[in-house]
Write a protein that binds this ligand. Structure first.
Ligand code: FEO
Length: 182
């Protein structure tokens, strides 16, 4: 059976910049660099495994599971927007929503852990702060037009969320359930 053609995505912005810059002698290197980045992205896309929320990510607290599902869907929306080469405004809007919802979820989760005297709260909170900082960096880069439109950004966020839920959030299930929160 013939192999399907390898996907290569070059955003409309990249082609536009390429077209403009291609007319200027000496700027062809920029164009080659963008094409190389697109090929690299296509290779990454061929190997990346995207993970959606399923019951194996449940933390046995309904509100947190609902929030996590929402975070997965926001990161997926960012992923799809990047794949489609959407403009900076769209990326900024999704990143803002992701930043807002992340803060909302983290503060709610930390509140539950604090009021039940969860012993691992300090290190858990530090992980949240690191993620908030990273999303803010992506937002600033997007606002400055410097955010690389690559699935490496959205897969980083997807990986972080998966690892955080599996390795950190799921450790509080028993504690919160024992304190009447489910
Ligand atoms: Fe659900 Fe610790 O974030």
């Amino acid at each position: 059976m013939a192999k399907p053609p390898q996907r290569l995505f070059i955003s409309s912005e990249m082609l536009l910049v390429c077209g403009r810059k291609g007319a200027i002698k000496g700027a062809a290197a920029n164009c080659r660099q963008m094409i190389r980045a697109a090929y690299k992205n296509a290779r990454l896309e061929a190997t990346v495994s995207w993970l959606d929320w399923d019951m194996s990510y449940s933390v046995k607290v309904k509100k947190c599971d609902d929030d996590h599902r929402k975070l997965f869907s926001l990161i997926k929306a960012l992923h799809e927007a990047m794949k489609a080469g959407k403009g900076a405004q769209v990326l900024q809007q999704i990143l803002k929503e992701l930043a807002d919802y992340t803060k909302y979820h983290f503060s709610g989760e930390e509140e539950m852990l604090a009021k039940t005297n969860y012993p691992g709260l300090g290190s858990h909170r530090a992980q949240h702060q690191q993620f908030v900082k990273k999303v803010e960096e992506f937002r600033q880069d997007a606002a400055a037009g410097k955010l690389a439109q690559t699935i490496a950004v959205s897969t980083f966020l997807n990986d972080w969320l998966v690892n955080h839920i599996k390795r950190t959030d799921q450790q509080y299930s028993e504690h919160l359930n024992a304190n009447g929160i489910s």
